[in-house]
Design a protein around this ligand. Structure first.
Ligand code: ZN
Ligand code: FE
Length: 696
């Protein structure tokens, strides 16, 4: 049973069956070619970082693969991004246009060789090549392309680089001037930029790294890992303004390793797109689109079939939490249902979109596909669904979507034939966590989120649910506030600040800083007339409100900015919190915000520091959560508590609530491999759909 004890590095053993048979008397051993049978469920492997042996060859001047950026073997290299169809054979990948030279062919056929059946196997003589393009001088030099790119980066230029899953925009991370230029041209004023670091030693110079974080950084998936920034970090603040973490990744193709040298240890590597548009991944289109940003391109002639963004991951409570699933993590398949013949497609959320296919009992979740508000993202989302359905031979008869009528994913669902089922957003969050931890019985779900469509047409997001995969009851929620301005509310936290103050009869004009008085009075008039207003119990907007009141963030340029800024300034020495009030009404509870707001205002009047207010506010949310859970726990006797929803990206909050509930001897669960934010919604939807139609 060598296959069980020492499986190949990337093998995933689904099950082992032992059966008896009569001896056939073959006289040799052969691995025969795959037959095309679309009835079987196959697994798509994510793309894998180069293994040690391959990197040794790349850096060995005597090796035939010396400095060859596409070196790979059965343990490493491209997979998902180059697969056109299954079975996974070279002819079904974008490597099909390169034919192996005799040497590579020999390795491929030799069972003793580590490149035996390595589908993307290639070398300098027969494989893909890089080219450097300089649009400003028409230089096209394919002799030393990576060196030319490096020279430009060293001179403070931005270079667009086509890698494994798409283009990156790359520049020297220590150069303030080029950082500012990149931000301006990419239309990304504040959102943190990911940094690729030469090696772990250099990563340790800028961030604090635990053993587990080190393993993740150096592992085969190579995500962008969010790490605590060191006080003496030498990189400019512009990398991640007003955020205490830096997104760090280590090189994940041989090409990346070759970009670094003694002078260059830190590179900004941000997705090759403009604004919120899709990641560029094709040569011609990519060069055209990104020429708004740079004149320098390092491209190659192996097609990317499926564009995949870098994954974003962090370690919280010693668990790996995936925020954005992408390269190395996607697609992600795991057993979910005992019903083999049921097929479900869940179309996910809206701003953070993924989808999930259930087939043959396995759920497969896609990579992050962007904000569906952008039409081009929507097109890519549609295309990726079709690709996965085609690959798996999926013909889903049940389509699950969010209740929200305006989600593009809901609209997409309507274009598909089949049985359509709408599910509540926060129920899906709760079930996403239940699926991950294999929970089937009733749980108490604490779902703190930005936006989710409620069953009463209000926007929910500060929810305490009691239920299982099939259904739920809303046991408690944050008190409704009337918010004004439709979609603008999310982008403009001052609107939450003003609306909350207005609702407790405090004049916002007195407290909101740097907001035109005219805007405030217009908003107040609209609130009185209930013009373009909605009721909200969103925890995300409550955080926005406080962020705005203490003058941190009135307008955002990326998702969650207000709450992130608030978490970032917490004074951890402060243990106090504000008083709050829980009201019981008709069998459920409402958490009143009035006292909290009034005490924040009092602190502002008393000139208490923003760092202390931020701490007290966070502590208050932790306190009231524990209280609320205890009340529900006493009534229901349920001991399994599920924490989910995008607001739990907040480490201070998740840590605090988790530890306090654990101290009460409750079983506490939070999302890890399945994103806690809306990227995890699609799996939750599948979990609900599966249970509604037949169960375990
Ligand atoms: Zn390898
Ligand atoms: Fe959500």
């Amino acid at each position: 049973m060598i296959i069980v004890e020492r499986p190949p590095k990337l093998a995933m053993i689904k099950e082992i069956k032992i059966s008896t048979d009569t001896l056939k008397g073959y006289d040799d051993f052969k691995i025969i070619e795959s037959e095309e049978r679309d009835e079987d469920v196959f697994f798509l492997s994510p793309d894998i970082a180069p293994c040690e042996k391959c990197m040794e060859e790349v850096l060995d001047a005597k090796s035939s693969r010396y400095l060859y950026p596409f070196t790979n073997c059965t343990d490493c290299g491209p997979r998902y991004s180059i697969i056109e169809r299954l079975p996974y054979d070279r002819k079904g990948t974008t490597m099909s246009s390169f034919s192996m030279c005799p040497d590579c062919g020999g390795e491929y056929k030799d069972p003793e060789n580590r490149r035996f059946h390595a589908q993307p196997n290639c070398c300098k003589k027969c494989g893909p090549q890089y080219t450097f393009i300089d649009l400003s001088s028409d230089v096209l030099d394919d002799k030393i392309p990576i060196k030319l790119a490096k020279e430009k980066i060293n001179k403070g230029e931005i270079v667009a680089i086509k890698g494994l899953g798409g283009f990156h925009l790359c520049c020297d991370a220590s150069n303030k001037r080029v950082l500012a230029l990149l931000r301006e041209r990419k239309r990304r004023p504040h959102k943190p930029l990911a940094v690729m670091v030469k090696d772990i030693q250099n990563a340790k110079k800028i961030t604090k790294i635990s053993n587990m974080e080190k393993e993740l950084l150096e592992g085969k998936n190579r995500p962008i890992l969010l790490l605590e920034r060191r006080e003496d970090c030498s990189l400019p603040e512009g990398i991640a303004p007003e955020v205490s973490t830096i997104g760090v990744m280590l090189p994940y193709t041989p090409m990346h390793h070759l970009l670094f040298d003694d002078k260059l240890s830190y590179l900004v590597m941000t997705s090759g797109n403009i604004g919120g548009q899709p990641l560029q991944y094709k040569n011609e289109q990519g060069v055209k689109a990104l020429s708004e940003i740079t004149n320098y391109f390092l491209i190659h002639n192996r097609d990317i079939h499926v564009p995949v963004d870098d994954s974003v991951v962090k370690v919280v409570l010693e668990k790996e939490m995936v925020s954005r699933p992408g390269r190395g993590y996607s697609p992600f398949s795991f057993p979910l249902s005992k019903q083999q013949d049921k097929e479900i497609l869940a179309v996910g959320a809206h701003q953070k979109s993924t989808f999930c296919l259930l087939k043959k009992g396995y759920a497969t979740m896609s990579q992050y596909l962007g904000d569906l508000n952008d039409f081009n993202n929507y097109k890519r989302y549609e295309k990726t669904i079709n690709h996965i359905l085609e690959i798996y031979g999926g013909k889903p008869e049940i389509i699950i979507h969010d209740f929200h009528p305006q989600y593009s994913s809901t609209q997409y669902a309507k274009t598909r034939l089949g049985k359509h089922i709408g599910v509540q957003h926060h129920h899906a969050h709760m079930v996403s966590c239940m699926v991950e931890h294999k929970l089937f019985n009733k749980v108490i779900g604490v779902i703190f989120d930005g936006t989710g469509f409620g069953t009463d047409d209000a926007i929910w997001g500060g929810e305490f649910l009691v239920g299982d995969r099939k259904g739920y009851e809303r046991a408690a929620h944050l008190q409704y506030v009337l918010l004004q301005g439709g979609d603008m509310v999310i982008k403009e936290p001052w609107r939450s600040g003003a609306a909350y103050l207005h609702s407790v009869e405090i004049n916002p004009e007195k407290y909101l800083k740097n907001i035109d008085r005219k805007n405030i009075s217009t908003l107040r008039k609209a609130l009185v007339k209930e013009f373009n207003c909605f009721r909200s119990s969103s925890m995300g907007r409550f955080f926005d409100c406080i962020s705005s009141l203490i003058g941190l963030c009135n307008y955002t340029t990326y998702d969650g900015q207000g709450a992130i800024a608030l978490e970032n300034i917490i004074n951890k020495a402060v243990k106090e919190s504000y008083p709050y009030h829980i009201m019981e009404c008709n069998n459920d509870w409402i958490i009143s915000y009035e006292e909290i707001i009034k005490h924040v205002i009092k602190d502002l009047e008393d000139r208490i520091g923003a760092d202390k207010i931020a701490a007290k506010f966070h502590n208050t949310i932790i306190d009231l959560t524990i209280d609320m859970v205890c009340i529900i726990q006493k009534k229901t006797e349920i001991r399994d508590i599920v924490l989910s929803g995008g607001v739990f990206e907040n480490r201070y909050l998740l840590n605090g609530i988790y530890r306090r509930l654990k101290n009460l001897d409750l079983n506490v669960y939070f999302n890890q491999r399945i994103p806690i934010n809306d990227n995890g919604i699609s799996i939750g939807q599948v979990g609900i759909g599966d249970e509604m139609y037949g169960g375990k």
